[in-house]
Design a protein. Structure first.
Length: 485
């Protein structure tokens, strides 16, 4: 059943059929994905087939689609061309309660920004009803920019976290969440300081027992000590032990800002450096995601690599708060496991495409200003960081992160036509530009560019707020994207 959509000035230049809400279905579109083997696959006229369990049953060029799978008739493919289907984006670092302050406090140093803009905001989440209202909107906001997996911090209040998990359960997004733990400085003014550590551990453990692995692993728990400035050595150690005992993730911030780093050195004089604070607590390892890691020494870098610890790269936040520019090429060369994070509201935008764009500009600036010799990443490298590499950081690379048979169907449908520069002029000029570019085809607009790197470049550098039209997790459509039409 195809509902044809009306084209309006603010929507897509192309009419699209209504998108399927649940599996099984098959989509015909341009398909762009990194592959497990390390390449990029691009099908100009491709089909992705999703089985009734929400797994990718087949993907490839439309002309090669098998006429029948086993004894089943193939599901008719819904023709979405020229939409682009990609794997859903993976956001490795975000703060759910902070979305209302997105874009506030640019250029403040981290510790001032936290005190002025963030702690007063998070304190409002002692009201579970307020939290319950915001959480569904936050998940819609993530999905609207193409994020289908998010690793996020909540606030310190257990009731607000319960509301956030329930909202994620209902929304359908893939979410790993954790109650923020703070026992050295906290914004919870009503808390009994003598029991703060025990209570935080108990509440985290209860939330973890209830939600870690829920809905066959779609939801997960991350034990979440905020950072070394707000946590005692006891809390860091006990929280790491809790994560190890339960198999949950462990997430915190590291080496984000010079003032923060100096404060950690003052609070933990026995530690060799910032990374060593977490190492001594037993916090390093493959289930750990450290946000930022902008200013690592060679020793810290080597220790993270050796221990298999992961990093969430949050360049939009790092420039918004003037924290610094990660030496990404040096880290990648050392073999550090890295994916992308929005860090909203440290980053002003929940979009991972936006984080990629700021990251690309920042790395170009490093190269020219510092004379670094490594080549900068191209658009397809950034797409990989924001999808498959992020999935691998979470240990989910065998399940999501790319569009390959056997994986779960976490997909997004994007209208790249909305990203064309000077859209109306582009359409009008299409007939006059024959031979003007390497991928130009006479009589077609730039939207028809059939080079995957050009398409990725447009999504990253010319984003449109409505370009993500649909998002699916395990083949189930989630709310947030602009929809077809
Ligand atoms: N370090 C500790 N807490 C935070 C936070 O909420 N945002 C950022 N960007 N850094 C932090
Ligand atoms: Zn953060």
């Amino acid at each position: 059943m195809l509902a044809s959509a009306t084209v309006t000035a603010s929507s897509s230049p192309f009419p699209h059929p209504a998108l399927p809400d649940r599996p099984p279905f098959a989509l015909r579109a341009r398909i762009l994905t990194p592959t497990d083997a390390g390449a990029t696959a691009f099908h100009r006229d491709g089909i992705v087939e999703v089985d009734s369990a929400g797994r990718i049953a087949w993907v490839g060029p439309a002309e090669f689609r098998p006429s029948a799978a086993g004894d089943r008739e193939p599901v008719p493919a819904l023709d979405l061309r020229p939409l682009v289907i990609m794997p859903g984006l993976v956001d490795l670092h975000a703060h759910l309660p902070q979305l209302p302050n997105a874009g506030l406090g640019a250029g403040l140093d981290l510790l001032t920004w936290l005190q002025r803009y963030i702690f007063p905001l998070e304190r409002r989440f002692d009201d579970a009803a307020a939290a319950a209202e915001l959480a569904p909107a936050a998940f819609r906001a993530f999905a609207s920019v193409g994020t289908t997996t998010v690793l996020a911090y909540g606030a310190v209040f257990a009731a607000s976290m319960e509301g956030a998990f329930r909202a994620a359960e209902r929304h359908g997004i893939r979410a790993i969440l954790g109650k923020v733990m703070m026992d050295r400085i906290t914004y919870d003014e009503g808390i009994d300081r003598t029991t703060i550590l025990d209570r935080s551990l108990r509440e985290s453990e209860e939330l973890c027992a209830k939600w870690h692995g829920a809905d066959e692993g779609r939801l997960g728990y991350a034990v979440t000590p905020r950072f070394a400035v707000s946590c005692t050595a006891d809390m860091l150690r006990e929280s790491a032990a809790l994560a190890a005992r339960t198999g949950a993730w462990w997430q915190t911030h590291v080496s984000e800002d010079p003032g923060e780093i100096a404060e950690v050195a003052r609070l933990f004089p026995e530690a060799r450096d910032y990374v060593d604070v977490y190492d001594r607590a037993g916090g390093l390892g493959p289930r750990t995601v450290l946000a930022h890691a902008v200013h690592l020494s060679d020793r810290e870098l080597a220790r993270l690599v050796e221990s298999g610890t992961n990093v969430a790269h949050c360049p939009a936040s790092n420039l918004f708060l003037a924290s610094g520019v990660m030496p990404l090429a040096r880290y990648l060369e050392a073999g550090l496991a890295i994916g992308m994070g929005s860090d909203v509201a440290g980053g002003p935008d929940p979009s991972i495409f936006s984080a990629m764009r700021v990251g690309a500009y920042a790395q170009s600036a490093r190269r020219t200003l510092l004379g670094e010799s490594q080549p900068v990443l191209g658009p397809l490298d950034w797409i990989r960081l924001g999808t498959l590499d992020g999935a691998r950081v979470l240990g989910l690379g065998d399940r999501i992160g790319s569009i390959e048979a056997g994986k779960e169907a976490d997909l997004i449908a994007i209208d790249a036509g909305l990203t064309a520069p000077v859209r109306h002029a582009d359409e009008a000029l299409a007939g006059h530009l024959e031979g003007s570019g390497p991928h130009h085809h006479p009589g077609r607009t730039f939207d028809s560019a059939d080079d995957p790197s050009d398409i990725a470049s447009r999504l990253i550098f010319r984003p449109h707020p409505d370009m993500v039209r649909g998002a699916w997790v395990r083949g189930r459509r989630v709310e947030g994207p602009a929809g077809a039409g």
